[in-house]
Design a protein around this ligand. Structure first.
Ligand SMILES: [Zn+2]
Length: 248
């Protein structure tokens, strides 16, 4: 048990240097990934400007999606994918701050009633949180909250430990997360919830969360993520595996 506080202190100190170095080296501190990359506002997939309709794009037309729209920082590709991996597995606190800063402007642009809008991180099971030391979605949400002045509310909770989605084949991801999330006893009628996570792959986790938010009366849910994995690569390499090969 003593190892975790010590590990936290060390990674906090080292993380400062690591984040600064990465951010400067990768893109001279000016990362603007989506300035010329249109994406589907229903599923978040990168698309051509002519390929999307109000009902979605070729990737999502026949897929049930329970949020009203999605916003993202960029596609799940370098350098953003490297930064997300660092957030998940190395020095999460500082990376959460930096990546939250990248997501905040996208949320600030939304047309919303700020008095009836809350941020909700995708929940993490207590055991995984203990293993990792933090919930990366919570770190992102906290930083977004500081920048756009919306409250963070833990509306959902994980009641069942499930394998990481990246360890499960896409066809089994909905089953993997079904009934693993429950909601708190609150009435969200008339409220907008911005559901925050680090990466969207199949969308099963976020759809599961949205179903619970709808049970609370929420009818306007916006998914906000750092990165969206390319749906053409359903078997994209596990994020856990990528940590072993990420650039140093
Ligand atoms: Zn789409």
């Amino acid at each position: 048990m003593l190892g975790y506080p010590i590990k936290r202190i060390c990674t906090q100190l080292l993380g400062d240097m690591h984040v600064r170095d990465w951010y400067a080296a990768e893109d001279d501190g000016r990362y603007l990934p989506d300035t010329c990359r249109p994406y589907c506002t229903r599923c978040g997939a990168s698309i051509g400007s002519e390929a999307v309709t109000k009902k979605g794009c070729a990737f999502c037309l026949n897929h049930p999606i329970h949020w009203q729209r999605i916003i993202r920082v960029g596609a799940y590709e370098p350098p953003l994918s490297h930064w997300v991996l660092n957030l998940k597995f190395h020095h999460g606190w500082r990376w959460g701050q930096m990546l939250g800063e990248l997501l905040s402007p996208h949320i600030a642009k939304l047309d919303m009633d700020v008095d009836r809008t809350v941020l909700c991180p995708v929940p993490m099971h207590w055991y995984r949180r203990w293993e990792r030391g933090y919930n990366q979605a919570q770190l992102i949400a906290d930083q977004v909250s500081r920048q756009v002045h919306l409250p963070v509310m833990p509306l959902l909770k994980r009641n069942r430990y499930t394998p990481a989605q990246t360890r499960v084949v896409p066809s089994q991801r909905t089953v993997n997360v079904s009934q693993s999330v429950t909601h708190r006893n609150m009435d969200l009628t008339g409220w907008t919830v911005i559901l925050i996570d680090d990466v969207k792959t199949s969308g099963a986790t976020m759809n599961n969360c949205c179903r619970q938010l709808k049970k609370m009366g929420c009818r306007n849910i916006i998914a906000a993520v750092l990165a969206v994995a390319d749906p053409k690569h359903d078997d994209f390499m596990s994020i856990d595996t990528l940590t072993e090969t990420r650039p140093k």
